[in-house]
Design a protein around this ligand. Structure first.
Ligand SMILES: Cc1ncc(COP(=O)(O)O)c(C=O)c1O
Length: 388
């Protein structure tokens, strides 16, 4: 047998191209360069103080052991109450499986719903790890082209054409990474109707829920109890490193999901769970709302600025904290463009190839995770780069 042989599926998983950008950005910073980071998909905020304090108290009180596999009962209750108060939807705590980040929820979802050899439909571009979680389950993603002039929405009238013998589900995200697109309630309802008629499952990744600037901020759970939904404390609550998310499953999948959660994770991080119980208090939500407004102001600065420097944005990016920008008027190789921009002007962006296949080489993703002054500076540098 070949020595040092890795599992075949490892070869099917592509590394993030942005890592190359990130590594070079770090090198430049070490050399004293002033790099503007617009490549990283995490908020530049930290957990709200009251939440962090609740985490510290949990440590001081020794609440650091395993919790039950599907999460602390008081956290599941708090999430359930929040669905009712902010989104007017009843979700029993028993349907909520608390996981190590939305990543844990995606892994759980792939393990729960997809058999080896099956495939799941999703829009191109989308969050890249989705495909990798499927590969991990021996399955694969079938990416369907979307267009900026259609706000990167997959054309649902063609869903049945893409649905093959081994297709078992449709995975969507709203707001979306990398496009910032927000799907409407009627779109998700139609998706659910079509997927049900085809006998498949629907997953909606709502990890950027709350970060909606235009359009309706709702949960797909208000449409049907049989829709699977993913969420996380990483983005709206700015708790990326706390590694806490959740998966909402239909009643009939609770037992299976619980069994898998026990085996895959034992439990999500306990300190994070105690902290997160505090996240739904009115004072914390009020602070998150202020942050949302800050993000929206940045979004508008960026949209206007990009237009002004000759990179108009066709799809209006109504949510999350990303804008997916077509740079094909200046390059046919977005990765090379990102690296040259970093070298010359010290602005770091994520190349589209990390998110999609079709036309990905024409796109870059901006994350507006730095303040308005830095965004203006980044725009000025990009304009100078384009003129050089
Ligand atoms: C759409 C989407 N889903 C899931 C995740 C995973 O997030 P986490 O594991 O931090 O909750 C991310 C992270 O950026 C994301 O953008």
């Amino acid at each position: 047998m070949e020595k040092h042989k890795l599992a075949t599926r490892v070869g099917q998983i592509s590394p993030f191209q942005v890592m190359e950008v990130l590594a070079r950005a770090k090198q430049l910073q070490l050399q004293g360069e002033d790099v503007i980071h617009l490549e990283v998909g995490e908020p530049d905020f930290v957990a709200v103080e009251a939440v962090a304090n609740a985490g510290m108290e949990a440590i001081q009180q020794g609440k650091t052991g395993y919790t039950s596999a599907t999460g602390l009962p008081e956290l599941k209750r708090a999430i359930s109450d929040d669905y009712l108060s902010r989104y007017q939807v009843t979700v029993s705590p028993g349907r909520i499986i608390v996981t190590p980040g939305a990543s844990g929820a995606l892994l759980l979802m792939a393990s729960l719903m997809v058999d080896s050899g099956e495939e799941v439909v999703m829009p191109d571009p989308c969050y890249p790890c989705n495909r990798h979680f499927l590969i991990q389950a021996g399955a694969k993603a079938k990416l369907i082209e979307t267009k900026p002039e259609e706000d990167f929405e997959m054309d649902l009238s063609t869903l049945a054409d893409h649905w093959g013998e081994n297709t078992t589900g449709l995975w969507l995200a709203s707001p979306s990474n990398p496009t910032g697109a927000v799907l409407s309630k009627s779109y998700i309802s139609e998706a659910w109707e079509k997927v049900s008629a085809l006998g498949g499952h629907l997953l909606v990744d709502e990890i950027y829920q709350g970060l909606v600037y235009e359009g309706e901020d709702f949960s797909a759970l208000s449409i049907a109890d049989d829709i699977f939904v993913i969420n996380s404390f990483s983005k709206y609550f700015a708790m990326t490193g706390w590694r806490l998310g959740w998966l909402v499953v239909p009643e009939w999948a609770i037992e299976g999901a619980t069994k898998l959660a026990q085996n895959l994770f034992i439990a999500a991080p306990s300190v994070s769970q105690y902290a997160a119980v505090r996240a739904f208090s009115p004072d914390v939500l009020a602070e998150c709302e202020v942050r949302r407004q800050t993000l929206n102001a940045r979004r508008l600065v960026l949209l206007e600025g990009l237009e002004a420097i000759g990179l108009p944005v066709v799809a209006p990016a109504h949510g999350a904290f990303y804008i997916y920008v077509d740079v094909s008027s200046v390059t046919q190789d977005a990765m090379a463009w990102c690296l040259a921009l970093l070298e010359q002007e010290k602005v770091a962006l994520t190349p589209g190839a990390d998110f999609g296949i079709k036309d990905a080489h024409k796109y870059v993703r901006f994350a507006y995770t730095c303040d308005e002054a830095r965004l203006q500076e980044a725009l000025a540098r990009i304009a100078r780069f384009m003129a050089s």
